[in-house]
Design a protein around this ligand. Structure first.
Ligand SMILES: C[S@@+](CC[C@H](N)C(=O)[O-])C[C@H]1O[C@@H](n2cnc3c(N)ncnc32)[C@H](O)[C@@H]1O
Ligand code: SF4
Length: 377
C-alpha cells in the first residue's frame, strides 16, 4: 500500500506585495469569489479522475496569504475537500498566516473549519527589518499573534528569513531566541533569495552595508543549528527544524515523493507517476475552470530513471539523507563522468558523510547544498 497522499491548495490573495516575494500572488481581491468557485470545480474534476479513492492525511493551504481570506471561505474550502476526498479525521491541516491577520475571531473560525496547524510568516522580530521589506506587521504584532495561536492550542510553525536588509548578527540571534520562546514547535529558516527581487538585488549591490556578508550568514547558520539543538529542535531538512513529533507531515511528502495533489493557480503535484502543474496566470486558471477544464501548464510522466534522480536530490534535503547503495549506483551509472569524482570530493571534504548506511549532508554541507543538489537535478 502506498503512503497516504497530501493536498495542497494555493490561495494567491495578499493585502500588499512584499519586496522580496516571487510567489504567484495578487493584491486585487475582486476575483476571490470566482476563485473559490474554481477551486470547487477543480476538486470535482479531480474526483472525476478517480483521485478521491486515495487516503489523504494532510492538507496545506499556502499562498499568497490564506489568512487574508474570510474564515467562511476557509470553511467552505475545507468542507469541499473533506466532501470530495478521503481525508483522515486526524489529518494535519495547515494554514499559512500573516501575523496581522491573526485575530481571536479568525483563529476560532480556522479551528472550527478544521485547521490544526498554522505556519506564521514572522520573517523577523526586529521592526527595522520588517519595515525594510514592507511587511505589514511589527515585532509586537508577531509576538501577539504567536501568543494567540499557541494559547488557542494550535500547532505553530514560524518562518524566519536570514539575510534581510538591516539585519545584524545580534538582531538575527534575538529574533530566533524570541521565536523559540514564543512557543513554536517547528521553524523554517530561509536564506533571503535576492535574485527573486530586482529591487533587493539592486539595493544589495548599491548599499552592501545594509546586508550581512555571506560569511557572516554562514556563521550564523551554523550557530543557529547549535542554538536550536540545545532547545530540543532537530534539523530535519535543509531549512526546517522541529521538536520531536512536530515535523511538517505535508512537506515531508514532497521530499519523500509521496503522492500529492495541487489545486489552485501555479500549484504542482506528483500523482499517478506524473508531475503536473497548473498555469501561473490567474486569468487563465479562472477561465479554463469556467469551462470545466483543469488548467494544466504541463503533465509529464516520470520515468524510472527520473524517479531515481528525484529520490536523490529530494532525499538529500533531509537530515537522514539517501541510502548509500542508491546514490552510489546513480553516481556510478550516470553519463556525467565527473560526478563520481565530485561525489568522492564532497565526502572527503566533509560536505556529505556516510552515516547508518546512508549518505547525508553534514551541517556545514547544508550550507553549500544548492551547489551539490544542482548536479543531480
Ligand atoms: C508562501 S511564502 C509567504 C507566506 C505568507 N504570505 C507570508 O508572507 O508570511 C512562505 C515563506 O517563504 C519565505 N520567502 C518568501 N520569499 C522569499 C525569498 N525571496 N527568500 C527567502 N524566503 C522567502 C518566507 O519566509 C515566507 O514566510
Ligand atoms: S504576504 Fe507573503 S505571499 Fe504575499 S507578497 Fe508578501 S511574502 Fe509574498
Amino acid at each position: 500500500m502506498s503512503a497516504p497522499a497530501g493536498l495542497y491548495v494555493h490561495l494567491p490573495y495578499c493585502a500588499s506585495r512584499c519586496g522580496y516575494c516571487a510567489f504567484v500572488v495578487t493584491t486585487d481581491a475582486s476575483s476571490r469569489e470566482r476563485y473559490l468557485d474554481a477551486l470547487v470545480t477543480e476538486a470535482e474534476l479531480l474526483e472525476g479522475e478517480g483521485a478521491t479513492g486515495m487516503p489523504f492525511d494532510s492538507i496545506y493551504l499556502g499562498g499568497g496569504t490564506p489568512s487574508f481570506l474570510p474564515g467562511s471561505d476557509v470553511a467552505r474550502l475545507l468542507e469541499t475537500l473533506r466532501g470530495r476526498f478521503r481525508v483522515a479525521p486526524d489529518a494535519e491541516v495547515t494554514l499559512e498566516a500573516n501575523p496581522e491577520d491573526v485575530r481571536n475571531g479568525a483563529i476560532a473560525a480556522w479551528r472550527s473549519a478544521g485547521v490544526n496547524r498554522v505556519s506564521l510568516g514572522v520573517q523577523s522580530l526586529a521592526d527595522r527589518e520588517l519595515a525594510a521589506v514592507g511587511r505589514r506587521h511589527d515585532a509586537a504584532g508577531a509576538r501577539a499573534a504567536l501568543d494567540r495561536l499557541t494559547g488557542a492550542g494550535l500547532s505553530v510553525s514560524g518562518d524566519l528569513i536570514l539575510g534581510l536588509p538591516e539585519q545584524t548578527s545580534s538582531s538575527f540571534r534575538a529574533s530566533l531566541a524570541d521565536l523559540v520562546d514564543g512557543g513554536v514547535g517547528h521553524l523554517s529558516v530561509y536564506l533571503l533569495e535576492t535574485e527573486k527581487s530586482k529591487t533587493i538585488e539592486e539595493d544589495r549591490r548599491l548599499r552592501p552595508e545594509r546586508y550581512l556578508s555571506d560569511d557572516a550568514q554562514a556563521e550564523l547558520w551554523l550557530e543557529m543549528g547549535e542554538t536550536l539543538g540545545a532547545r530540543g529542535f532537530a534539523h530535519y531538512e535543509i531549512s526546517n527544524w522541529a521538536l520531536p513529533g512536530r515535523e511538517a507531515r505535508h512537506n515531508l511528502k514532497y521530499w519523500k515523493r509521496a503522492p500529492t495533489l495541487g489545486l489552485g493557480v501555479s500549484a504542482h503535484e506528483l500523482w499517478g507517476g506524473r508531475r503536473r502543474a497548473n498555469v501561473s496566470s490567474l486569468e487563465r486558471y479562472l477561465s479554463e475552470l469556467g469551462e470545466r477544464r483543469r488548467p494544466l501548464a504541463f503533465d509529464l510522466p516520470v520515468s524510472a530513471a527520473e524517479a531515481a534522480r528525484e529520490e536523490i536530490y529530494l532525499g538529500l534535503r533531509l537530515a537522514g539523507g539517501v541510502e548509500a547503495g542508491r546514490i552510489e549506483a546513480f553516481v556510478g551509472a550516470t553519463e556525467d563522468v565527473r560526478l563520481w569524482e565530485d561525489f568522492e570530493g564532497w565526502v572527503a571534504e566533509g560536505i556529505l558523510e556516510r552515516r547508518a548506511g546512508c549518505v547525508a549532508f553534514t551541517e556545514r554541507g547544508f550550507l553549500v547544498s544548492n551547489e551539490v543538489l544542482s548536479r543531480f537535478v
